[in-house]
Design a protein around this ligand. Structure first.
Ligand code: ADP
Ligand code: AMP
Length: 218
């Protein structure tokens, strides 16, 4: 049975930042739906072209294409031991599709769903100062987690850029979409007994500690 962890939380909560550390520490694959879409967009695949408009507006890409992209990714051998899901599921139908697929493929079920809680005010500040690396999606913040050398990723030396959808108007829509379509997942996973609430307002290293304690507590 695979070990599956779903990271919940609004855009800017720190899911990507923490998923990178957790996946290293636990030896699990890191699957970021946003990174997968951005990769398709860069390669101008059919899926990337379809997703582009939704992403630019800060809307969700339709469930059917998102689900099939993640299913595909999860059938990769690097997921045999398990995975940290970051940004997926984002709607109740996505969560139901994931559960149905896990049951069918005998992979088990989601073991833990840590919910990284951060206030709306902090999210706006985090997203407006976020810098992401071109090569592998490593994330920095100009104030809270600056790179050693401005504009360059500490880990792979690639260029850092500011995401188009981190502009103030798009951020507002992304947060609205989160409240409307993704917050029902908090109750969904609470009812399954796997939700863990994490204080995401603390410094990055302290959030990591809290998360690790929560996911290692089987
Ligand atoms: P998400 O994947 O949930 O959208 P990210 O991991 O990309 O969020 O983090 C958003 C921004 O906030 C990044 O610039 C990151 O460096 C910064 N950040 C992440 N966690 C914290 C934290 N605990 N305190 C301050 N800034 C943080
Ligand atoms: P993220 O990198 O998680 O902030 O995602 C960036 C964008 O990709 C989102 O604003 C959506 O347009 C799209 N996206 C990522 N994950 C999903 C998902 N699970 N369902 C639908 N759209 C998604």
């Amino acid at each position: 049975m695979a070990d599956l962890i779903v990271l919940l939380g609004p855009p800017g909560a720190g899911k990507g930042t923490q998923a990178k550390v957790l996946s290293q520490d636990l030896g699990l694959a890191h699957i970021s739906s946003g990174d997968l879409f951005r990769d398709h967009l860069q390669r101008k695949t059919e899926l990337g072209i379809l997703a582009q408009g939704y992403m630019q507006r800060g809307d969700l890409v339709p469930d059917d294409v998102t689900i099939s992209m993640i299913r595909d990714r999860m059938s990769n051998p690097d997921c045999a031991k398990g995975a940290i899901l970051d940004g997926f599921p984002r709607t109740v139908p996505q969560a139901q599709a994931l559960d149905a697929w896990l049951a069918d493929s005998k992979l088990g079920a989601v073991r833990k769903a840590p919910y990284i809680k951060v206030s709306e005010k902090a999210l706006v500040e985090r997203l407006s100062g976020r810098w992401s690396c071109r090569a592998a999606g490593h994330v920095y913040h100009e104030k809270f987690n600056p790179p050693k050398q401005s504009g360059k990723c500490d880990l792979d030396g690639s260029e850092l850029y500011q995401r188009e959808d981190d502009k103030a108007e798009t951020v507002k829509n992304r947060i609205r979409v989160y409240f409307e379509q993704t917050t029902p997942l908090i109750e969904y996973y609470r009812r399954k007994g796997v939700l863990a609430e994490i204080d995401g307002e603390k410094p990055i290293a302290e959030v990591t500690e809290e998360l690790l304690a929560s996911v290692k507590n089987k």
